[in-house]
Ligand binder design. Structure first.
Ligand code: SME
Length: 164
């Protein structure tokens, strides 16, 4: 194999994601609880790529549908609530579109929860009816850690785990 699970930047990132997707779906087989599914995704992704410093969900608050509230995550303390349109997570939620930020310090209105976070990707998460239920946020300690391979793999994984 051209990569190992602990490589900082696996040579074949797409293959690592495919393997991981398979493992995550196997662990979640038969478990319908959404919190359990989110917690498992956050934990298994955090463990798979050492560059990932924070992995987790901000879920759409059912009582305040223009606001995200922190959900299951791995990493240092995250902020509690993010309004739609604010920061990277709120922008991805408002636009229902993946956002990749190479340098968070250059992103206007970035919400800094931890100074160690340098680059990030945020992927919208939909249920089977196509409703936005959350965003999935991954932060890294290096600049430009994420690209189109991460976006495609994470979008696909969120679809399989939450919209299937
Ligand atoms: N980076 C996010 C805030 C949440 S944390 O990084 C855990 C943002 O600007 O949306």
């Amino acid at each position: 194999m051209a990569y190992t699970a602990r490589d900082d930047r696996p040579a074949d990132k797409a293959a690592r994601y495919a393997e991981l997707e398979h493992e995550i779906l196997a662990v979640l087989d038969g478990e319908p609880n959404r919190v359990a599914r989110m917690a498992t995704v956050a934990a298994m992704l955090a463990d798979a790529f050492p560059l990932f410093f924070w992995t987790g969900f901000y879920v759409v608050d059912p009582d305040k549908t223009d606001e995200l509230v922190v959900g299951p995550y791995q990493g240092t303390l995250g902020c509690m609530r993010i309004a739609f349109g604010r920061g990277v997570c709120g922008t991805a939620a408002r636009d229902r579109a993946t956002r990749i930020v190479d340098d968070v310090h250059a992103f206007p209105d970035h919400i800094a929860c931890d100074a160690s976070s340098v680059s990030e990707i945020v992927v919208p998460v939909f249920d089977a009816a196509g409703e936005l239920i959350a965003v999935f946020d991954v932060d890294a300690t290096e600049k430009a850690a994420f690209d189109a391979i991460d976006a495609a793999a994470l979008e696909r994984m969120m679809g399989k785990v939450f919209a299937a």
